[in-house]
Every structure is written in structure tokens, then in C-alpha cells.
Design a protein around this ligand. Sequence first.
Ligand SMILES: Nc1nc2c(ncn2[C@@H]2O[C@H](COP(=O)(O)OP(=O)(O)OP(=O)(O)O)[C@@H](O)[C@H]2O)c(=O)[nH]1
Length: 299
Amino acid sequence: MWRQHRYKILLSLILLLCGLLLALNTGAAKHSSEFDALDILGEGTTLLVACGWLGLIISSRPAGRVTEWLYYGSLLLVFSYFLDLLDEFIRYPEQFRLMSWLESLPAPVGMLVLTYGLVGWHREQRAINRQLRGRELFLRDHQLIDPLTQLYGADYLHAVLQREIELHLSQHRTLCLLVLDIDDFAGFNRHHGIAAGDTYLSRLSELLSSQLRHSDVICRYAGDRFVAVLPNTTPQQAQIMAQHLRQQITQLVSAGDAPQLTVAGMTVQQHSAQAALQQTDIAIKQAKAGSALKLRPEL
Ligand SMILES: Nc1nc2c(ncn2[C@@H]2O[C@H](COP(=O)(O)OP(=O)(O)OP(=O)(O)O)[C@@H](O)[C@H]2O)c(=O)[nH]1
């Protein structure tokens, strides 16, 4: 955070230095008997608090218009309070009014600028809250996570796929899906028991989540079927990803007496999630009719 605000920090230091040099050039040091401890304490504390505001703004805010208003408003306050404090140690000639202007004017202007920044911050926060609330409702609406595999379930897949389809259609980009279905999982359950089947499902899910990109969404579409949504992905890229998954799954399968998987890929050409998901059923059936782990050429 501090790095992106380094020019502002430099500017602040230059401004304060200019104020100090101007004060030293135009005024004369007061005798210590003229110091007013209470004034120094009050004005010093105010200056420290205003400097604290500057620090907080820099350390917590990203660069942007609202941050600029907040920062420069606070800087004007700091400048004003700084000169106010110097005033306790330096006496200026009576006829020299500039210092008293510089002491008093920046504070109200700074207050106005800071207030404008705070209004912007308030608006910004409301927009963020709206977005977060929308996302939270979205997540709550869809019984999201499957407890066994910790993957998103079918409802979420449907919702996310619909959103991606609309997005990709409007941006003329390519959206692909990978469908993975365990072969004869019923037989595996019969031979090894449901618990072994559950273990396999969760190991497979971990593998799938770890092998896909951050932008991809992998869901447990049905008991032994998974669908990966691959945004902004060309069929060629999806093909490579499918091959990669295929290798990883082969290792998992050969490590133990685990069932094979069929992988089918498809480019989404449908305008609705429902139609696209129906197509995944056809794609996986066709892939199963061929050899296991074979990708459909329609990708
Ligand atoms: N262990 C376990 N088994 C499950 C779970 N969910 C579904 N299954 C089993 O998965 C099997 C799916 O059966 P089918 O749809 O016939 O699929 P399949 O046996 O893999 O046959 P094909 O897909 O045609 O190769 C059923 O026996 C379900 O009981 C689960 O959470 N845990």
C-alpha cells in the first residue's frame, strides 16, 4: 500500500518542509518563557492525530479518486496544524500576514475536501455492501457445497453456467465444459463398500480441484458425475486440460483398485444452462460408448 502512495508522501514532506523554511525565514524564535505548555500540548496532539489519519488512509486505502480527496483533505489539515504548532515557538512580524493566513485557511478547506472524500467513501462502501449482499444471497439461495466432496452442487452449477453463458455470449468468447463420470461406480460400491466409494469420491474431488485453474468451477453434478466450467477457454485449451486430467486420474486409478473415469468435453453453444447440461448427458453417453477416458471430438 505504502509504495503506491510514495509520491503523495514525498509531496507531503516537501510541503511541510516548505512551511518550516518559510516560518524560520520570516519569524524569530520565541524565548522559552513565552511558551504556553497547554497550547503546545493541545496543538501537538491535534497535529499527531491528523498525521495518524494520513497514515491510516495510506495504509488502508487503494489508490483512486476517493483516496485522493481523503488524503489531500487530511494533508491540508496537517499543514495547518503544523504551522499552528510552529507559531508557539516562532514569532512573526506584525505586518507579515501570510503566516496567519497559511495557519488558518488550509484547515477549513481541508475539512471540506476531507468531507467530500468521506461522502465518496460512504458511497463506495454502500456499493461494496450491495455487491457482497448480492453474492451472499446468491450463495445462500443455492445449497452450495456438497458435504462429502466439498465441491459445488448441481444447483450452483446451473446458476453459474447460466451466468457464464450470458457473459460469454455478450463478449463473443468461448466457453467449454468437461464432464467426468465414474465407470461402474455401483459395482465398485458393491465390491468395496459405500465407505470406500466415499473415500474415492473425495480423493477424486481433491485432485480435480487442485488440477483446474482458479477461473474454472468444478461441481458435483450428480452422484458419480462432475462437470467443470472452463471460462474463456478454446476447444484446444480444453483438450489439453482434459489430457492433463486424464493423466492425473490414471495415476490415481493405478495407485489402487479404483474405478476408471470417462471424460467428455464440449464447447457450449447452447443459450441456456439447462440445454447445455442436457448436452453433457449426451456427450458422456457417447464417450462411454467409445473407450474410457476418451474425449469427444466435438470439443
Ligand atoms: N459411495 C457413494 N456412492 C454413491 C454416492 N452417490 C451416488 N453413488 C452411487 O453411484 C452409483 C451411480 O450409479 P450409475 O448411475 O448406475 O452409474 P455407474 O454405476 O457408474 O454406471 P455407469 O455410469 O453407466 O458406468 C450408484 O450406485 C450410487 O449409489 C456417494 O455419495 N457415495
